[in-house]
Design a protein. Structure first.
Length: 320
């Protein structure tokens, strides 16, 4: 079953989510499941680790109690939930087939230079031109950054008469129908991932195992909704990135920046595990051998994402 995850705004609570549950019951007509988590009023939806973690914990809980199609999970949200829809899918795009942020933006410094993470995640963006809370120029700036990243399927819908509480509901309902037509490719042949957050280090079948020591960092304070510090952790002053592509000859070509070690998780849709697997990084061969399937890798990946079950993994050092 397809599943939509809805993130409410700052004023949302249990009562609001019950109202939204009735609304979704009517429009879904049993075609998809809807998860409506309630944010901790202090942590919101992040980007602090507790707020963001609540969203991913909700997704995991839904998978335990319902038959969720892992390749058809969609994220949407309004206001604070719209902001979160942007940054959560940029930080961790792997679970989502598509997103539909509303009355939110992605102009935060920790999103800079990593919008390309959304290349596999189509976006349906709704914004009201008369929004009195989130300035329209923020929406335009977000749109420009997405377009500048290139390769992202973006549909931008700006309503000239709508305010913050919404673009008109008919447009929002159109966004759900648009989402339902999208499906995630679990094993894409090319993956690009960049991050400024040392807690978010991978997507799909690639992961940054170790950040190079020369990448500058500084402690960053994360604030709650009352602007009180709730968490301090490192933020990278420059984004690190990894890009990997499957090529002819049972080979994977990897390019990195700010990375000293990386992990590739393998599946027969990517490479033939009965043959020698070749990995090249920076024009140098860093691996050339048969890679044996591992039950441990299979089980760990199934627990993490039942739609992306990997047979083996390899760790490679970036040549100096």
């Amino acid at each position: 079953m397809r599943m939509l995850v809805y993130l409410h705004g700052t004023s949302g609570d249990h009562g609001h989510c019950l109202e939204m549950a009735e609304y979704y019951r009517r429009i879904s007509a049993g075609r998809y499941l809807v998860a409506l988590p309630v944010a901790n009023p202090r942590f919101g939806w992040g980007p602090n680790s507790k707020g963001a973690g609540h969203v991913f914990a909700t997704l995991a809980a839904a998978r335990r109690v319902a038959h969720v199609d892992p390749d058809r999970v969609y994220l949407t949200g309004q206001s604070m939930g719209g902001h979160a829809t942007w940054y959560l899918s940029i930080f961790a795009p792997s679970p989502f087939a598509a997103i539909a942020p509303k009355s939110g933006c992605a102009i935060f410094d920790y999103c800079e230079d990593v919008f390309a993470n959304l290349r596999p995640v189509p976006v349906y963006y709704i914004f009201g031109a008369k929004d009195p809370i989130v300035p329209l120029e923020y929406a335009h700036e977000t749109r420009e950054k997405v377009e500048k990243a290139g390769g992202i399927a973006l549909e931008y819908h700006e309503d000239p008469e709508a305010g913050h509480e919404g673009a008109p509901w008919p447009e929002i309902e159109k966004s759900y129908e648009w989402l339902l037509e999208r499906a995630r490719d679990p094993y894409p042949e090319t993956v690009w991932f960049g991050t400024r957050d040392p807690l978010r280090l991978g997507t799909a079948w690639v992961a940054i195992d170790r950040i190079a020591g020369e990448v500058p960092r500084r402690p960053a304070r994360f604030l709650d909704l009352e602007q009180k510090a709730i968490e301090t952790r490192d933020r990278l002053l420059e984004p690190v990135r990894i890009e990997a592509s499957v090529e002819e000859g049972n080979a994977i070509v990897v390019e990195t920046r700010g990375v000293s070690r990386f992990v590739l998780r393998l599946h027969p849709d990517l490479v033939d595990l009965e043959r020698e697997v070749v990995v090249r990084c920076g024009r140098r061969e860093v691996l050339s051998r048969r890679v044996e399937p591992s039950l441990e890798v299979v089980l760990a990946s199934a627990r993490e994402d039942p739609g992306r079950i990997f047979w083996a993994e390899v760790e490679c050092a970036v040549p100096r």
